[in-house]
Design a protein around this ligand. Structure first.
Ligand SMILES: Cc1cc2nc3c(=O)[nH]c(=O)nc-3n(C[C@H](O)[C@H](O)[C@H](O)COP(=O)(O)OP(=O)(O)OC[C@H]3O[C@@H](n4cnc5c(N)ncnc54)[C@H](O)[C@@H]3O)c2cc1C
Length: 447
C-alpha cells in the first residue's frame, strides 16, 4: 500500500489527512484500503488558528473548540503520531520526529522514524520579529493556544490590578492627554492586529460588567494599534482599510500608522519617529515566517521567509515525492507578482487540490496544477460586525461588505473547516451545540 505522511495538522494538513484517510485508508464498499495515511503533529489537539485572537481576548474558550487528533484519526481511517518533525532523509524516504515529554518533563514518547512514499509538509508559520530589539522577549505572539492564553491571563490580571489600585497615578502621553490605566499595544495592523484590537474593546466592556465596576471600559483600557505602513490592513484594498479604520476609531482604538517599531522594552514600545508608547502588554502581530526546521530538510530549497519553494503541482522544487501546502509553502500566484497568500482560505484550497491530486498519483495519471482563487478577505470586528471584500466571478469584481452579513460570512469560513473535518450534518450539530453552550458560559473566559 502507498504510504502517505502529512506533517502538520492545521487548517490545511488536518483536512487533507481526513479526506485521504476517508477515501484511501478505509475499506470502502467492499474495496480494500489503498493506502496508509499518517498525520504527524507536535500537539495532541487541533485548533483552527484564526480563532486565536478570540482566545487571546477571552471571547473563545479554546477547550470547547479543540479536536483530539487521535479521535479524528480513529473516525477517518488514518493514524496519528505526536511529535515534532526534526529531520528528513530524502534518499531513504524517511522522516524523524522528536521525543515527546509528559507534563513533568519525563520522556513519554521516544524519537521515532517513519517511512513514506509521499510526504506532505503543512507545518504553517511562526511570528517574524524582524530582529527588532526586545520584540521577542517583551511581546506576546499569537501562534499557539498557550501564547493566546498567556495574553488573556495577563490582560485580566492587569485589569484586576487597575480596579484595585487605591491611589492610581495619572500618566500623560506625548500630546499631554491622560493615559488609560491599562494600555495594550498591538504591533502590526494586518488582519490579526485589527481583529484583536476590536475584540479587546468587547473584552474590556464585559470585564467591567463582570465585577470590575470601577474600570471605565472606554477610558481605562487603551488599545494602541501600531503600523509601519501608511494605512491599516496594507494587504487589503484601500476602501476596506478606510472602512475598518472608521469602525476602529468609533471603538476608541488609537491608530498609529507610519510608525516603524524600533524597540520593545518592558512597559514601552519605541518607534523610529521618536515616540515612546506606554504598553502594559504588547502583542506582536507584524509578520510571519516559516518554521526554521524547513531550512534544514536535506537541501530542500526555501525562500527568504524560509518557506519551501514549490512548483504549481505543490511538489517541492527538487523532490517530486515531497509536497508542501499552506503557510509553509511558497507557491506562485499566476497573474500576480505575488505568491499565494498565507491564509486559511489558501490552505483549505490547497488541501482540496492535493486530495484530488493524490488520486491521480495513485492511478499513475499526471498531476494537475494549483490555481489560487481569491474569494476576498474578511476581517472580524467583534461579535456583531466584520468588514471585507468579496471577490470572484459571481459578483464580477470586488465588493465591499460590512456589518452583520459580513460577520456571518466570516463565521462561515470556520464552519466550512468544521464541515471539511466532520461532514455537513455534524457541522450543523456543532453549531447548535456552540450556541447552546454560550448560554451557560460567561462572555469572557475569566480563569
Ligand atoms: C490570530 C490569527 C488570525 C487569523 N485570521 C485569519 C482569517 O481570518 N482568515 C484567514 O484566511 N487566515 C487567518 N489567519 C491565517 C491562518 O490561520 C493561516 O494562514 C492558516 O492557519 C495556515 O494553515 P496551515 O495549515 O498552513 O498551518 P497551521 O494552521 O498553522 O497549522 C500548522 C500545524 O503544524 C503543526 N506544526 C508546526 N511545526 C511542526 C513541526 N515541526 N512538526 C510537527 N508539527 C508541526 C502545528 O502544531 C499546527 O497544527 C490567522 C492567523 C492568526 C494567527
Amino acid at each position: 500500500m502507498h504510504r502517505f505522511i502529512v506533517v502538520g495538522g492545521g487548517a490545511g494538513g488536518l483536512e487533507l489527512a481526513t479526506r485521504l484517510g476517508d477515501r484511501y485508508g478505509k475499506a470502502l464498499r467492499g474495496r480494500q484500503p489503498r493506502a496508509t495515511v499518517t498525520l504527524v503533529d507536535r500537539n495532541p489537539t487541533h485548533i483552527w488558528k484564526p480563532l486565536l485572537h478570540e482566545v487571546a481576548a477571552g471571547s473563545m474558550d479554546p477547550f470547547t473548540q479543540e479536536l483530539e487528533y487521535a479521535a479524528q484519526a480513529r473516525w477517518h481511517g488514518f493514524e496519528f503520531q505526536q511529535g515534532e518533525l526534526v529531520e528528513l532523509d530524502r534518499a531513504a524516504r524517511r522522516i524523524t520526529i522528536g521525543a515527546v515529554p509528559d507534563e513533568d518533563g519525563a520522556a513519554m514518547l521516544p524519537e521515532r522514524s517513519l517511512e513514506y512514499d509521499t510526504l506532505v509538509l503543512a507545518i504553517g508559520s511562526t511570528t517574524h520579529f524582524f530582529g527588532v530589539p526586545g520584540a521577542a522577549e517583551n511581546s506576546i505572539a499569537l501562534d499557539t493556544v498557550e501564547q493566546a492564553e498567556r495574553f488573556r491571563k495577563r490582560l485580566i490580571a492587569a485589569c484586576v490590578r487597575a480596579e484595585h489600585q487605591t491611589d492610581p497615578v495619572t500618566t500623560r502621553d506625548h500630546e499631554g492627554k491622560e493615559e488609560p490605566r491599562v494600555q495594550v499595544a498591538i504591533v502590526g495592523a494586518g488582519a490579526t492586529g485589527v481583529e484583536l484590537s476590536a475584540e479587546l474593546r468587547n473584552t474590556a466592556q464585559v470585564l467591567s460588567a463582570y465585577g470590575l465596576h470601577k474600570l471605565d471600559p472606554g477610558h481605562d483600557v487603551g488599545i494602541a494599534l501600531i503600523e509601519s505602513g501608511p494605512r491599516i490592513l496594507p494587504a487589503l484594498p484601500e476602501r476596506v482599510s478606510t472602512a475598518t479604520a472608521e469602525l476602529l476609531l468609533k471603538l476608541g482604538v488609537r491608530i498609529l500608522t507610519g510608525e516603524r517599531v524600533t524597540e520593545v522594552a518592558p512597559g514601552v514600545v519605541r518607534t523610529a519617529s521618536g515616540k515612546a508608547i506606554r504598553a502594559d502588554l504588547t502583542v506582536w502581530a507584524a509578520g510571519i515566517k516559516a518554521p526554521a526546521v524547513l531550512s534544514q530538510l536535506d537541501g530542500l530549497p526555501v525562500n527568504k521567509l524560509g518557506q519551501l519553494v514549490v512548483r504549481r503541482t505543490l511538489q517541492t522544487e527538487i523532490d517530486a515525492n515531497v509536497f508542501a501546502l499552506g503557510d509553509c509553502a511558497a507557491c506562485v500566484w499566476p497573474g500576480t507578482e505575488r505568491n499565494v497568500p498565507p491564509r486559511a482560505q489558501a490552505a483549505h484550497q490547497q488541501a482540496s487540490f492535493l486530495f484530488k491530486s493524490m488520486g491521480n498519483l495513485l492511478d499513475g495519471r499526471p498531476l494537475p496544477e494549483f490555481t489560487y482563487r481569491d474569494f476576498g478577505s474578511l476581517v472580524s470586528l467583534g461579535h456583531f460586525s466584520a468588514v471585507g471584500n468579496l471577490m470572484g466571478g459571481l459578483i464580477g469584481g470586488s465588493m465591499l461588505i460590512e456589518g452583520l452579513f459580513a460577520r456571518f460570512m466570516y463565521m462561515s469560513l470556520y464552519r466550512l473547516h468544521i464541515a471539511a473535518l466532520h461532514g455537513y450534518a455534524r457541522m450543523v450539530l456543532d453549531t447548535v451545540a456552540h450556541w447552546l453552550r454560550r448560554t451557560t458560559l460567561p462572555r469572557v473566559k475569566l480563569h
